[in-house]
Design a protein around this ligand. Structure first.
Ligand SMILES: [Zn+2]
Length: 314
């Protein structure tokens, strides 16, 4: 399959095995634009079936979030809301695509957004409606109509068959100069264990340059945040323009980064040695969350409303 960003077919193999299952999985770097992608991209219908039923079961072993997932998702949701707040974005019509169990949508609603979401998995979207009374549809971007001021895609874009199509769809749904917040795993990160980089569900592995290129027809990047993940806040352009691909220096830089990745970098520069301790502390907090109802777990991250309701402290 040619590169999904620049259509060139000069691809360099960077991995041939799934990090989780060890099954064969070919992932390549495009020598022209630097996009890293699986060599075979499944069609939309196959992916839709997978995400409607099996995905959460495969990766989390469940059809609905457990307390520990709610706690983790709530904590992350708060960081994402703070990121939006730091850009001055605190209100408006918000759509969360791939809303999971609804934690971000619920907390966004509490902070002042008119928040709604869409989630392909039936178990998770049913759960979000039942537990938080959130406006979450079961489906994907294709099922959405209307106009939004902010659209968010957290760990969604790397699962979609065509990132450019997703950017185009988001652009159509956004109000004039609306905001799009994308978060994906960051291929340039130093703190990803080599056992946890390439796997079946991730069709694309973005760098800052390739994510910006994929968005470049419709969006300008206005804020970038990197850590284990890459967050880019985009603003819709007034008029779509021609795609702007990364140059050869950028491709060389990504190639070099891929060669540097490995156990040594992860353990010493990526703080891999400290990870078991950090995980242990987190697991203890998550266990404490188990005695609370999902909504109570989330409310402790934003103890502002409704008034008079006791807020558990974890
Ligand atoms: Zn390419």
């Amino acid at each position: 399959m040619p590169c999904q960003l620049c259509s060139n077919d000069s691809l360099e193999l960077v991995s041939s095995k799934d990090a989780k299952s060890s099954e064969p999985l070919n992932v390549s770097l495009c020598s022209t634009c630097g996009l890293i992608q699986q060599n075979f991209i499944p069609d939309e219908e196959t992916l839709n079936r997978y995400y409607h039923h099996e995905y959460r079961q495969d990766y989390k072993g469940t059809y609905r979030p457990k307390s520990k997932h709610v706690y983790r998702a709530g904590k992350t949701a708060l960081q994402r809301l703070n990121f939006l707040k730091s850009a001055g974005i605190k209100a408006g019509r918000l759509l969360d695509v791939g809303a999971g169990g609804g934690e971000f949508t619920y907390l966004a609603g509490k902070t002042g957004f008119a928040a709604s979401g869409v989630e392909p998995n039936k178990g998770y979207s049913d759960y979000a409606r039942k537990e938080y009374h959130c406006d979450i549809k079961t489906g994907n971007l294709n099922n959405i109509t209307g106009q939004y001021d902010v659209i968010t895609l957290f760990h969604v874009l790397e699962h979609l068959p065509s990132p450019q199509q997703a950017f185009n769809q988001a652009y159509q749904l956004l109000s004039k100069e609306g905001y799009l917040l994308i978060e994906v795993p960051w291929i340039e990160a130093r703190d990803a264990s080599p056992h946890n980089i390439y796997f079946k569900a991730h069709l694309y592995y973005f760098s800052i340059d390739t994510l910006m290129a994929a968005a470049s027809q419709h969006f300008d990047a206005i804020m970038i945040d990197t850590g284990s993940n890459l967050k880019i806040l985009f603003r819709a352009k007034q008029i779509p323009v021609k795609i702007r691909l990364p140059d050869t220096t950028s491709v060389a830089k990504i190639r070099t980064r891929l060669h540097q990745k490995g156990w040594l970098e992860y353990l010493f520069q990526g703080q891999g040695l400290l990870k078991p301790i950090k995980k242990l502390v987190e697991r203890m907090r998550e266990r404490k969350a188990g005695v609370y109802r999902p909504r109570e777990i989330l409310d402790q991250f934003l103890p502002i409303s409704p008034p008079g309701r006791p807020v558990p402290v974890l």
